[in-house]
Design a protein around this ligand. Structure first.
Ligand code: 3HC
Length: 708
């Protein structure tokens, strides 16, 4: 049979002319990103419209759900293709006839830069305008750093560029970013009406690059740039914020053409930085995590109401999460006093919102009216989903799930928030293991973004799909995990925390280790973290694991010795650090250092000095090696699932992409060589992952397993 001719690529940009208006429609699903085809299409369409004597004005708009969501992020790092986006923007701006951008949905990054190169802008109710390049390690690279300050002033432009936040049409109008708020998202009608107004009023071709009023107060603009520089240098290790301030300095000091050249050079620097690679990886990984086999195979069950077992810190946080998603929630506790306490924990969160002006007292009352307390599991009879958040003990969990089995309606999803227990075993306490799943929230549950969705052997696909759909409603980042002790996150944490403990016993102080971890980009180090969470939590885990620990494995007793003294961290006024009454800022404790010194002596260790680099290599290698084991065992679907878990649940710096992406950037050969070198001292702890060894042998990266 003859080969079928390939279907022609659908046009990404359409041009039509009606009543002297040229309509340029960007049509490149899903979000009209500025791929090569779109840039070419825009360039050709604007040139044609400009040359057509019948055309008096031009309207640019987007089809589908967006105006333009920005540069095509998938093209970063590929050889550049003409025309460049800055050239497209210059061509639009140079058009001899008024150009209006009619905006609905996202007009972000390069999308807003296209709109800024138009002469007027109108935006509808769904419009989201912003310059979020900083979140990808970049700066606006198609004139945004030069045109935005000329249009809305340096301070407002810097705020948009450094925060990456999106603004709606009313705020955009206040800022001067747009000229009119449209009453509907029918951009064709609204845009055409505005173009007719421009023509009727003979409004001039107004080129943003030629404006100067917003920067007329040079002293104010300079002050804003200086403040931005100071703020940017405080951001842990981020590269592009300072470059953004530099580019705006050029907007203040130089004519447009030279300013654009400075912007281009700075953009190229950002593009080449590993932070850009890390952040773009994080962007796609955060979307990819939701693409799990079960979500493709099955439809989610309907969830219109929820229940929570337990009103402790975790249960109350989960209840807030569910209430925030608009669900009615039933909270079951063992007695009335415990119900009241759980309720008051929930109420405290909303009181905080009221105090900060984020919620009215009536709004709070309306939310609290959706929370129902009960002491009997029969209260769960009608709910579609129950999440258990009680004490971490298998016997207790069994008792709870037996009750749930007795009282919940058929088809209700039964979830446990356990952070490490065997969910297959928990499911056995019910007659319906197909409905039992793990939903592992992170504390505080209503704030932390990560939700590990733990998939036991017998759960049905639609329950998994339901969990992923629920995560979207709760605005969480879901990661699919298999059942093992600690799932993805806590299992890896246990290993790198052990590596830190080894470092401590070998000579580094806990304070040096925390400083090293912060220097890497985590918000806090492992010992500060332990003081914040409460040292007793890790102590309980270590005691539980004692029976199964390999007697030949190295064990550092220092943390236990602190706990034996009742030093659990912030809540007891001392842990690894000393806390003055009411303070969260701990001071190094000489007594802890003495305990560490004593432990070294007892273990027969001669303390040695580690450089920051040596410490970081051990900490990261431990994390990456366990991450690889988690992937190799199928506990995580792909390396990117490990990345998202560590970034959103454990403070791994997002700009490094996650531990597996970081390992790819460093080079897997280097990581493996480090592990083998450390194994000379402790072969039991530093056993290289089979997957890592295989990838190095084949010259491959973790990313090659991601299929993004
Ligand atoms: N390039 C390529 N693909 C993009 C994209 C972009 N700029 N923006 C979104 N997508 C893709 C997503 O990966 C996703 O693909 P998938 O369906 O295969 O997973 C699809 O579009 C839909 O995206 P979301 O799932 O995120 O859909 P939402 O409706 O939740 O959100 C959005 C839409 C608000 C546009 C969000 O996708 C977003 O924030 N995108 C990034 C916007 C951005 O950062 N723009 C600046 C780019 S850098 C730039 O412009 C440089 C310039 O200055 C030179």
């Amino acid at each position: 049979m003859d080969a079928q001719p390939a279907a022609p690529e659908p046009a990404a940009v359409h041009l039509s002319v009606r009543d002297h208006i040229a309509f340029i429609a960007v049509d490149h699903p899903p979000v009209n990103a500025l791929s090569t085809a779109v840039r070419r299409g825009l360039m050709d369409a604007i040139a044609q419209a400009d040359a057509d004597a019948d055309v008096h004005a031009v309207l640019v708009h987007g089809r589908g759900k967006a105006f333009i969501a920005g540069a095509d992020i998938r093209e970063f790092g590929l050889p550049p293709q003409a025309p460049s986006l800055p050239d497209v923007c210059l061509r639009i701006e140079a058009c001899g006839k008024p150009v209006v951008a009619a905006i609905h949905g996202p007009a972000l990054g390069g999308g807003l830069e296209v709109a800024l190169s138009a002469h007027y802008r109108v935006a509808g109710p769904s419009a989201k305008l912003g310059l979020p390049e900083v979140l990808l390690g970049l700066l606006p690279g198609a004139g945004g750093t030069q045109r935005a300050p000329r249009l809305i002033g340096a301070e407002a432009a810097l705020d948009l560029m450094l925060s990456g936040r999106h603004v709606g049409a009313p705020e955009a109008l206040r800022l001067g970013l747009i000229d009119r708020v449209a009453t509907s998202d029918d951009v064709l009608t609204e845009g055409e009406a505005f173009v007719r107004h421009v023509l009727a009023e003979q409004m001039p071709v107004r080129r943003t690059g030629a404006l100067s009023d917003a920067l007329a107060d040079r002293a104010a603009a300079q002050a804003a740039i200086d403040a931005a520089r100071a703020e940017a240098s405080k951001k842990r290790g981020l590269f592009s914020p300072l470059k953004i301030a530099e580019a705006v300095q050029a907007a203040l000091d130089l004519p447009l053409a030279q300013g654009l050249a400075v912007e281009r050079a700075l953009f190229e620097q950002c593009l080449a930085s590993p932070q850009r690679a890390g952040l773009v990886h994080a962007f796609f990984a955060e979307r990819e995590v939701a693409k799990v086999p079960e979500a493709r195979q099955a439809q989610p069950r309907r969830i219109a109401s929820a229940g929570v077992v337990g009103g402790g810190t975790m249960g109350a946080g989960i209840a807030v999460s569910l209430l925030d998603a608009g669900l009615p929630v039933v909270m079951v506790e063992r007695d009335d006093a415990a119900v009241a306490l759980g309720r008051s924990r929930v109420e405290k969160v909303y009181d905080g919102h009221v105090a900060k002006g984020r919620l009215t007292p009536e709004g709070k009352a309306a939310v609290m009216a959706r929370l129902h307390g009960a002491t009997d599991y029969a209260a769960f009879q009608e709910v579609d989903l129950v999440i258990e958040a009680v004490f971490e003990d298998m016997a207790v969990k069994h008792a709870v799930f037996a009750e749930l089995d007795r009282h919940c309606k058929p088809g209700a999803v039964l979830a446990t928030n356990t952070s490490y227990l065997d969910i297959d075993a928990i499911a056995q306490a019910t007659s319906r293991p197909q409905d039992v799943i793990g939903l592992h929230f992170f504390s505080p549950a209503h704030i932390m973004k990560l939700l590990e969705i733990v998939v036991p052997a017998q759960v049905s696909a639609d329950v998994v799909a339901t969990a992923f759909a629920l995560a979207t409603r709760l605005k969480k980042v879901p990661v699919r995990a298999g059942v093992c002790d600690g799932f993805i996150g806590n299992r890896i944490l246990a290993v790198y925390r052990t590596a830190a403990d080894h470092l401590m016993e070998d000579g580094a102080s806990p304070y040096e280790i925390d400083t090293m971890v912060r220097a890497f980009g985590f918000p806090m180090g492992p010992y500060e973290m332990s003081d914040l969470a409460g040292g007793d939590i890790g102590w309980a885990t270590r005691k539980r694991r004692a029976a199964t620990r390999d007697p030949k494995a190295r064990y550092v007793h220092i943390a236990d010795q602190l706990c034996e003294r009742g030093w659990f961290g912030q809540k007891t006024g001392r842990g690894w650090y000393l806390y003055e009454a009411g303070s969260r800022n701990g001071q190094p404790d000489p007594e802890v250092e003495a305990i560490v010194a004593e432990a070294r002596a007892q273990a027969g260790v001669t303390p040695r000095h580690f450089t920051v680099d040596e410490m970081q290599r051990r900490y990261v290698a431990a994390m990456v090696n366990e991450g690889a084991k988690v992937v190799e065992e199928g506990i995580a679907l792909r390396p990117l699932d490990v990345d998202v878990t560590l970034v959103h649940g454990y403070g791994f710096p997002r700009w490094r992409g996650g531990p597996m992406k970081h390992a790819d950037i460093v080079g897997l050969g280097q990581i493996l060589a480090d592990i083998r070198a450390f194994a000379q001292e402790d072969p039991l702890f530093w056993q290289p992952s089979t997957l890592l060894v295989k990838l190095v042998a084949e010259g491959r990266t973790f990313d090659s397993l991601n299929q993004i």
